[in-house]
Every structure is written in structure tokens, then in C-alpha cells.
Design a protein around this ligand. Sequence first.
Ligand code: PBG
Length: 328
Amino acid sequence: MSFPTQRPRRLRRTETLRSMVRETTLSPKDFVLPLFVLHGKQIRNPVASMPGVFQLSVDEAIKEAKLAYTHGVPSVILFGLPEHKDAIGSSGWDDKGPVAVAVRALKEAVPELCVMTDVCMCEYTDHGHCGKLVQSRGQTVVDNDATLELLAREALCHAEAGADVVAPSDMMDGRVAKLRKTLDDAGHSEVALLSYAAKYASGFYGPFREAAGSTPQQGDRRGYQMDPGNAREALREVQLDVAEGADMIMVKPALSYLDIIGRVRAEVNVPVVAYNVSGEYAMVKAAGQNGWLDEQRVMLEVLTSIKRAGADIILTYHAIEAARALGY
Ligand code: PBG
């Protein structure tokens, strides 16, 4: 008998064998495509730090969503770019705002498409923070409980427009319970809640803030988003949100937080969603454009790693190109 007896390489010998024993495979069904929507017609404003991503008027957003759906991507998540901003982000619950208009148009154009909406104030406030500001102990901070009222209005507006899933991304305490009750009381008990449960204060959101025009004018988000050093706290956030009624929970960003995705997966039985965020996308694109990395290969490797870590669903700007690369 030759040594060694255990030869894992036997199963790597041909592509057929490799594909038979592959533990994690990607499908376009895993993906949700984020879309930035604004008023107007035939607008496709490129986002400089996110090649291939555009700010889209509703007609263009419909085209993009149809393309995604044609390639097997079942869902989009909408971010709104309002015409007016103010201190409390009141365009956030405007029935004629870009998100509400886009939800209605998308549900009409592609009824089977799962339309998600991001619920947060930062795109709508003139100061760029994710809620209402107050002075407290000599600091300007986001007022948790006052913000819950505003988020509830925004979520209700999206639900009334026909959103299938609303996704609060503000990181206020108690928002899941507040949104669940608000939606139920208004007769929207069928609208699902995807909570950005473990959302870290991350440098990887930079390109998104360019796309959404949501950079805080002063200060940062460390007073409400999580500290990158914390893992146990993520489990606590997730448990609280599940107890409050979250149907799905999210870990965000994905790539620097694969350990969190894995731990959260082991902790809860609701679907785990991961957000492959703007900065992660920008890194792959930049290196690809420079010829420093094989962009398509790295893209699929990144998405595979997120799924392997435990994500059931991945929000990714790569959704359409990844579906294409997978042969769909
Ligand atoms: C809104 C929100 C952000 C992202 C999703 N929802 C930005 C932030 O928290 O500053 C980031 C998504 C990305 O980077 O792709 N609060």
C-alpha cells in the first residue's frame, strides 16, 4: 500500500468530480440588487467610485430590475435620493417620493419581483445622520425614540406603496418592535421585516455615501452603528431583533465580518442576509480596472465566501454580472 492512504486530491482530479463534491454553490436566487432611485426621466448618473452603478430615474430603475429578473435575480432593494432634505428627513415618508413611486412602478412592471426598501433617515436629512438630532450632555446625538416615530412613518409609506420587505438600517434600539407594530396596526401584517441587525460603523460605506449623498455633515455614526471590534454584541443585537419580530436579519459589511456571519448563522434560525457593501465592490472594480486582479474570478470568490460563511441571501451590486458569470 502506497503512502498516504488519504488522498483528498482524488476528488479534485476533474471538474465533474469537483462540482459533485462542491459544498457551496452560488445561484442568482441568492442575490438582491441595490438600486438608487431619483425623480425624473431617462436619468442614469454614474457613481464614480462604483463603476457599473448608477443613480436611476424610476423608468431606468424598472429597466435595471427587469434585466436583473431576466437573469434570475429575484429581488431589488431601493434607496431614495430625494429632491428636498430637512432636519427630520420628511421626504422619507413622502408618498410621491422616489422610493414610493418606484415601488409602485416596479410591482406593476414585474409583479413577481420581491421589492425591498431601505428604511433610514440619512438620505433624507440635511445633516446626513440616520435620525433626529438633539443636544445631550454637550454632544449632538441622534435621539433614539424620536427617530423611531420617523422610521415608522417611512416604513408605512413604503408598505402602502406595496413593498414586500422593509429593511431598517438606522441601528436605533427598538425599531423592529416599533415597525412591526406600526405595520400590523395599519393592516400590513404580511409585509416582512429585514433588520440590519449587526451593522458596523465601517469605512467600507464610503462609495455608497457618494451614491446616496448621505455623508454626515458633522461627526460620524459610531454613536449608533457597531464597533468593529465587537462580535458578542452582534449576537445580542441579532437576538433582540429576532425577539422583536424580525423575519430576517442582516450582517453588514460582509467581507471583513465573515466570522460574524458564521456566528450569527449558528445562533438564529431566521434567514441570514449579508450586505456585500459599496467599498467591497469598489475594491474589486478598482483592482480589476488596473489589471491587478482577475475581476470576475475574484467577484465570484467573494460571493462564494459570503455564502459559505452562512449567508442565505446576499445584497450585492455585482448581482447582474455575477448571475451572467454563472451562466444565467
Ligand atoms: C443607510 C445605509 C448605508 C448603507 C446602507 N444603508 C450607509 C451608512 O450607514 O452610512 C451602506 C451600503 C453600502 O455601503 O453599500 N444608513
